[in-house]
Design a protein. Structure first.
Length: 391
């Protein structure tokens, strides 16, 4: 609490020396008292006074004379940075973000989270800022897995990562895949024994099952070494991943799932109706294994899709697989032939323009636009081709 002397001193400064000196005193005292929210208001009063504006001016920025508006905005951002950093120095992460966010200081906040040590007092706000505020989702999910477990982390991924950019979703999905794989492997390996390293064609779990005689000796009707719902969900999350190091783990998880008793096999829609075998094939092909069987498997399901009653997903998965295998010409043709332009897609497969750009050939796209009388699409294709030629 401020002493009576502070009140007297503030009154004397206002009366005898003026507002500038009084504001300086107020700012200094609020810093000493670590009353940073009040400091923010005092610093803005100071800024308005120095710009010749009324100190207690609460008008919107668009009502302030244009001659000083830009300067006031610039100083407002500077004050946000100042107060946000002071709060960070005190470990008040959530309060700091209220000021750093409007200042665009995402990297400052991210660096602070990287140095933070979660404890009982700050864990939840660190997770909230990292995941739900989007400052550092990867770090946030690592904390959530370590402190709240797999189930809560899966739920958080499904609620918090929807709509985030692909790179963030891939990063977090990869963390979940690797975490569950480690958890499963630890459950399969007796305590004190080293886990298998795996081979070029087999992951450590596949190798372990082979060493112990496969499914007959390891599994039974009610035997599982991990929550099957977790396994099913995380294997699905991996569909967006293209990082080979994570794909190898996803193959291994899927391979484990293929050994589960039929009563534990999940039901799903095409093309992953044969759930774990289909996912294993999808991921393995992207690593250069069983490529032709995978292409044939997903092609068959894509071509069997009746878009009047069925989902577009089998077609999108097939096109995405061709794209990831760098079979861009085949992907262009498959998308154009199997997906009419007026069909709403999920966005899982690249667009026809994106595929044409990767193929370095826009002729098929342009021909399709002419056949469909799509003048706008034709113009866009020509512009992309023109830009590609210039590069």
């Amino acid at each position: 609490m401020a002493s009576d002397t502070d009140f007297v001193r503030l009154q004397q400064l206002l009366r005898d020396q003026g507002l500038e000196e009084a504001c300086d005193f107020l700012v200094d005292r609020l810093k000493q008292r670590k009353q940073f929210e009040q400091l923010f208001d005092a610093r803005l009063m100071q800024c308005r006074h120095r710009l010749g504006l009324p100190v207690l001016d609460n008008r919107d920025l668009d009502q302030i004379p244009s001659t000083v508006r830009d300067q006031l905005e610039e100083q407002y951002v500077a004050v946000c940075r100042e107060v946000g950093q002071l709060l960070l120095d005190e470990g008040a992460f959530r309060r700091a973000w209220m000021y750093l966010r409007p200042a665009g200081e995402h990297e400052v906040m991210k660096s602070a989270l990287a140095r933070a040590l979660p404890d009982e007092q700050n864990l939840e706000e660190l997770i909230e800022l990292s995941i739900y505020e989007g400052v550092d989702p990867g770090r946030g999910f690592q904390w959530m897995l370590e402190h709240h477990g797999t189930c809560n982390s899966i739920t958080a991924y499904e609620s918090a990562m929807y709509g985030r950019d692909l790179a963030q979703r891939q990063l977090v999905a990869g963390i979940l895949v690797k975490w569950l794989h480690k958890e499963l492997l630890n459950n399969l390996v007796p305590e004190g024994e080293p886990g298998p390293a795996g081979t070029d064609s087999q992951g450590p779990i596949e190798t372990l099952l082979a060493q112990h005689g496969g499914a007959d000796e390891t599994f039974g009707e009610f035997v599982t070494h991990i929550d099957v719902s977790h396994l099913t969900t995380v294997v699905r999350f991996a569909r967006i991943i293209t990082d080979p190091s994570v794909l190898r783990v996803a193959v291994d998880l899927s391979a484990y799932g293929t050994h589960l008793h039929e009563s534990l096999q999940p039901s799903a829609d095409p093309p992953f109706d044969d759930y774990f075998p289909a996912h294993r094939l999808f991921y393995a092909a992207q690593l250069g294994r069983e490529v032709d069987p995978a292409v044939e498997y997903f092609r068959t399901r894509a071509e069997a899709t009746d878009l009047t009653v069925d989902s577009v997903v089998p077609i999108e998965v097939y096109v995405a697989l061709l794209d990831r295998l760098a079979r861009y010409g085949d992907a262009v043709r498959a998308r154009a032939q199997l997906l009419p332009p007026d069909i709403q897609t999920t966005g899982f497969a690249p667009t026809l323009v994106e595929l044409s750009r990767r193929a370095g050939n826009y002729e098929f796209l342009l021909g399709q636009c002419q056949q469909r009388d799509d003048l706008l699409g034709y113009a866009i294709g020509q512009l992309h081709r023109y830009d590609g030629d210039r590069e």
